[in-house]
Design a protein around this ligand. Structure first.
Ligand code: ADE
Ligand code: ZN
Length: 319
């Protein structure tokens, strides 16, 4: 039985499995530049974040209708349930769809249809987090927030993702202020490939409550001390870090050292269709590679509920 857990760092577009991509391509009359699912899987050899993002954005071409987004989310939730996920806070990238002529309403309402049935169908409570692409302009982020206004009842918060280096958090100060004024929660990717200073900036300038990844905080002992003191959650994604070459091998992942340092760590799958595992697969992988015992794994599962946007975290009682 997998441990009950919350997943807090999951890009719904990163759950697009090759089989579903080809099925949606056929339904939507799209020809993919891969012969078959096997050829597509063979392309999943990444040098860094950008080489992954190029493929990830390209494959989104198959997502066109509300039904497509509903099916994508429902397929993730079905797999997540088998992995012990009881609560999921799900990222989506509206700008990556709007640029292809897919309306933000199609994206949010399609995802929303799957999410509103999730508790009943899969036993998973959900929240939706809208991410801004940091390699797009600040104006585009503001326009995206504006376009999302009719759908805000479906969204708990905003995030920041895509190519990190050269796109510091402060670029998005205005849109994060606007999001806060609308009552939205705030998170941001920081310290995945970017320097520890981006983590500090996300906290101080954007007012985020959680740091997505945060891996590189370990290069700055004062920052680690602050994150421990303020009990700022980090949503780590160890399999992603290996696949995107932030670290060489899982055995070198700093997760255990980060937990020893007192950081509030969670373990997540990021883009599981691309990185070789869903969240419980990730728990197993870190147990094997880092020698984490059952108590450590339970701590990670408990942390996931504490770090979530659930009130009261009743799931905590079950652990
Ligand atoms: N978008 C999807 N996955 C991402 C990641 N790991 N980092 C930044 N942006 C992303
Ligand atoms: Zn991510």
């Amino acid at each position: 039985m997998p441990l009950p857990k919350a997943e807090l760092h999951l890009h719904i577009e990163g759950t697009l499995e090759p089989e579903l991509a080809f099925a949606l391509a056929a339904r939507n009359g799209i020809t993919l530049p891969y012969a078959d699912t096997e050829a597509l899987r063979k392309a999943y050899l990444f040098d860094d974040l950008q080489s992954f993002l190029d493929l990830y954005y390209g494959l989104m071409a198959v997502l066109l209708t509300e039904e497509d987004f509903e099916e994508l989310a429902d397929a993730y939730l079905a797999r997540a349930a088998q992995q012990g996920v009881r609560h999921a806070e799900i990222f989506f990238d509206p700008q990556a769809h709007m640029v292809r002529g897919v309306g933000i309403g199609t994206v949010i309402e399609g995802l929303g249809r799957a999410l509103e049935r999730s508790e009943e169908r899969h036993g998973i409570s959900t929240r939706l987090i809208m991410c801004f692409l940091r390699d797009q302009s600040a104006e585009s982020a503001l326009e995206t927030l504006e376009a999302a206004r009719p759908h805000l009842h479906r969204i708990v918060g905003v995030g920041l993702d895509s190519a990190e280096v050269g796109h510091p958090p402060a670029k998005f100060r205005e849109v994060y202020e606007a999001a806060a004024a609308l009552g939205l929660r705030r998170v941001a990717h920081a310290g995945e490939e970017g320097p520890p200073a981006y983590i500090t900036e996300a906290l101080d300038v954007l007012g985020v409550e959680r740091i997505d990844h945060g891996l590189r905080c370990m290069e700055d002992p004062e920052l680690v001390e602050r994150l421990v003191r303020e009990r700022t959650p980090l949503t780590l994604c160890p399999l992603s870090n290996v696949r995107l070459r932030a670290i060489d091998v899982l055995e070198e992942h700093p997760l255990a050292r980060m937990m020893d340092a007192g950081l509030l760590c969670t373990v997540n799958s990021d883009d599981p269709a691309y990185f070789g595992g869903y969240v419980d697969d990730t728990f197993h992988a870190v147990r094997e590679a880092l020698g984490l015992d059952q108590e450590r794994l339970r701590e990670l599962a408990r942390n996931s509920f504490e770090a979530s946007f659930l009130d009261g975290s009743p799931e905590d009682e079950a652990l």
